[in-house]
Ligand binder design. Structure first.
Ligand SMILES: *Cc1c(COP(=O)(O)O)cnc(C)c1O
Length: 344
């Protein structure tokens, strides 16, 4: 099966597993796991923050990122298709008790002017805006990288309005590799930022949240409260260390494969996609003109040994990653051609 549903599909390689097996471990709750500590130092360094905290998932990175900057009843700002709004099970409402103002961006990118318009000025009638979030790259925005100037301008506007800033960097390293802008530069004006280890980087578990010592001290309490504090977690943190050392530069291959896939899809009659818009590893295409729904096409592709995801009635997502080769892309394209044109 060629699995293009998500970049979470990667399996730890034999070398990664060996590195995990050999990792020194201790009790991470007592800050005594050397491998967890090493991973946290690597991410702090990478993002230019004082401290970082290893968490079991990216979802918990967002949950805690939102929690540490807000009080119940506050307003947070998210882009309309941001992950905490679409895919975190109502967590911001339950765990942080916040209300959400949505901004519709262009492929996930919004402007400081839109932020300013969306947020009411101070009045005791309205909820105070205490957090503004961006997602880089933007998942539903088809892996769009935030331009550095825009991401900086949004943060500056947020701070001027009295809000903190949080960057969902589930695929921050994809943004870094695609743009040449460092993680440190992307995150410089963000109070918290996190990186997912279990997406394109190829580790099986985890995300790492970063910010100031003071913020991370409070984040540590919520990690405990939400049940995210572990024990000899070095055995999984080791996969993250390995991933950061071996799997960052190669994200460029995923981007090339995504581009190749997009170009091939654009040549298939009935499919809607602009290959020029593909910047990283996420490929979305429309199937309106095929006479079939996304779900029907996805089901037929599965029969051909290719998995993709239906993300809308007529929209399909395909994601390249570490376990997808150039040959897999050619095979996937042949399968899509057979299904869509040959009505296989
Ligand atoms: C996957 C993802 C998350 C959640 O990460 P998990 O590790 O799956 O919990 C958050 N934000 C974005 C943009 C994502 O793509």
């Amino acid at each position: 099966m060629i699995d293009l549903v998500s970049d979470t599909a990667t399996k730890p390689s034999a070398e990664m597993r060996r590195f995990m097996a050999d990792a020194p471990v201790g009790d991470e709750q007592l800050k005594e796991d050397p491998t967890v500590n090493r991973l946290q130092e690597m991410i702090a360094e990478l993002t230019g923050k004082e401290e970082a905290l290893f968490l079991p998932s990216g979802t918990m990175c967002n949950a805690i990122g939102i929690k540490v900057h807000t009080q119940p009843g506050d307003r947070i700002v998210l882009e309309k298709y941001a992950h905490p709004y679409t895919s975190e099970a109502g967590g911001p409402a339950l765990m942080a008790g916040v209300m959400i103002t949505l901004i519709e961006g262009k492929r996930g990118i919004y402007t400081p002017e839109q932020l300013e318009e969306a947020v009411p000025g101070y009045s005791y009638h309205s909820a105070p805006t205490t957090l503004v979030c961006v997602e880089n790259t933007h998942n539903r925005g088809a892996g769009k990288v935030w331009p550095l100037e825009t991401v900086n301008a949004v943060a500056d506007t947020a701070h001027r309005l009295g809000a903190k800033t949080h960057m969902d960097g589930a695929r921050l390293m994809n943004a870094v590799v695609a743009s040449g802008v460092s993680a440190k530069d992307f995150a410089a004006r963000y109070d918290t930022v996190w990186v997912d280890l279990s997406k394109g980087l190829g580790a099986p578990v985890g995300g790492v949240l970063a910010g100031t010592h003071e913020t991370m001290e409070r984040a540590r309490r919520y990690k405990h409260m939400y049940g995210g504090a572990m024990r000899q977690a070095g055995i999984i943190a080791a996969a993250g260390v390995y991933a950061l050392e071996h799997n960052v530069e190669r994200l460029a291959d995923d981007h090339t494969n995504a581009k190749t896939l997009a170009r091939g899809l654009a040549d298939i009659p009935g499919l809607g996609i602009d290959p020029d818009e593909i910047e990283t590893n996420l490929v979305f295409f429309d199937v309106n003109d095929t006479g079939r729904t996304a779900a029907e096409i996805v089901a037929a592709l599965k029969e051909h040994g290719v998995r993709m995801g239906a993300t809308g009635k007529y929209r399909i997502r395909a994601v390249t990653h570490l376990d997808i080769s150039r040959e897999d892309i050619d095979t996937a394209l042949r399968a899509v051609g057979e299904v869509v044109v040959g009505r296989g």
